[in-house]
Design a binder for this molecule. Structure first.
Ligand code: PBG
Length: 304
């Protein structure tokens, strides 16, 4: 059987770039495809911080529903926006080879780093890590897709704003005035794209499986396992990064208090073939080393 694979995507410039990339890869393999852009709630509601909306998977939900209703066959997501538990009937069909994982600061001069300053980000993870390093600074909320956030940075008197390097690079929006934040631990799966597939669709599953990049799959699996084990359904300042180095995998995981004053971190190296369950074990170690109390405090604050 052959058919046209319908690719669901959000309609932001970054999402469309990512969907086009998957479309190109499938077409190169000989598959017929069609793009179906959909607006997600995460893109429509811009006046509230994400964590206040109280919905997990706000960027992916609309596409999940479209897939379950049979309007699309596959969906392309930034993997870090995808909840760690996928909806029933939807599976992870492929993880594409990862781009840069780093967070970057787009700035208007770096003099403020040694004094007072204000930066903008909508991410609890970025905010906590920034305040941990620069306790005297202010952090303003910043929402919207990367194009909107870049425009807001220009319109406001903030000293800078934090972005994922991968997002800006993909749509050619990376300016000259940026600094790589190599000390900041990225979001689990940052820089990776995932293709979600209807579990019942054998044709699409087989097509998409050919796009999978094994090392990226393993690393993002570890990072997301770490996240899943720590957070239990709430949004917390959690960073995780696994990298392959020969036959070894290096892992860094962190959990911060919302104000950045407290941190529990872990750094470990294992053999490539020991990756199963590793993310979970790292999370359990963080939980016993003070992470449990931190998570309780975070949940209490975010639910009020
Ligand atoms: N939450 C928004 C989002 N989701 C994925 C990316 C960038 C691409 C990626 O990390 O894969 C971004 C923008 C950003 O964090 O600056």
């Amino acid at each position: 059987m052959s058919k046209t694979i319908r690719i669901g995507t959000r309609d932001s410039e970054l999402a469309l770039w990512q969907a086009h990339t998957v479309q190109g890869r499938l077409q190169a393999l000989g598959y017929a495809t069609e793009l179906m852009p959909v607006k997600s709630q995460g893109d429509i509601i811009l006046d509230k911080p994400l964590y206040e909306l109280g919905i997990t998977g706000i960027f992916t939900k609309t596409l999940d529903i479209a897939m379950i209703q049979g309007q699309i066959d596959i969906a392309v997501h930034s993997m870090k926006d995808v909840p760690t538990a996928l909806p029933k009937g939807i599976i992870q069909g492929a993880v594409l080879e990862r781009a840069r994982t780093a967070d970057i600061l787009v700035h208007k001069g770096l003099g403020f780093l040694n004094g007072d300053g204000t930066i903008a980000t909508g991410s609890l993870r970025r905010k906590a890590q920034w305040l941990h390093r620069y306790p005297g600074h202010k952090v303003e909320d910043l929402r919207g897709n990367v194009n909107t956030r870049m425009r807001k940075l220009e319109e406001n008197d903030w000293n800078g704003a934090i972005f994922a390097a991968a997002g800006l690079e993909r749509i050619d929006l990376l300016p000259e005035n940026y600094e790589t934040l190599d000390w900041m631990v990225p979001a689990p799966a940052q820089g990776a794209m995932v293709v979600a597939v209807n579990e019942a669709d054998g044709y699409a599953r087989k097509a998409v499986a050919q796009l999978n990049h094994s090392d990226t799959e393993i690393c993002t699996q570890i990072e997301r396992e770490f996240l899943r084990e720590l957070e239990g359904g709430c949004t917390a300042p959690i960073g995780a990064l696994a990298t392959v180095n020969g036959d070894q995998i290096h892992f860094t995981g962190v959990l911060f208090s919302l104000d950045g004053t407290q941190k529990v971190g872990i750094e470990k190296q294992i053999k490539h073939h020991e990756a199963t369950g590793f993310g979970k074990a790292c999370a359990q170690e963080v939980l016993t080393q003070g992470g449990k109390a931190l998570m309780t405090e975070i949940k209490k604050t975010l639910n009020t």
